[in-house]
Design a protein around this ligand. Sequence first.
Ligand code: ZN
Length: 144
Amino acid sequence: MTNSLRSWLQAEGILVQDLPDFLERVKVIDCRINPYWERCGMPEEHFTNASFLLGGDEIVVGVYTKPELRLASFFHEVGHLLSRKHEGRANWLPSWWERDAWREGFAWAASLGVTFSPEVEAWAEAQVATYLPEDEEVLALTRS
Ligand SMILES: [Zn+2]
């Protein structure tokens, strides 16, 4: 059972007027109704306070300890879809993609009248920081 991105947002109380075509095709699998771990073989803990993109047209929304984190995380995944315009930049570090996805997602949220608390913004920054050690490895490889 999946929702369209539009109907998922509507259920969250967010009405969207104009949606770009590529977002119109996106489906949302919400683990509150459809526990994705039951069919993907990954442990349930993977889906606590975390969401994922499946290919380019499905977003798996995990189970969140705070509703505001669910919404922020959802917009982050949309941000990944919106930041595909940078896709030619193969030398971008993972944390750059992550930071860009937060920026693009939050900017789109703001255009819909959705804003986040400083606490959630700090949480988003902390998510980006989890990518930094990996980036250092990438840098070390490019340097040699
Ligand atoms: Zn991300």
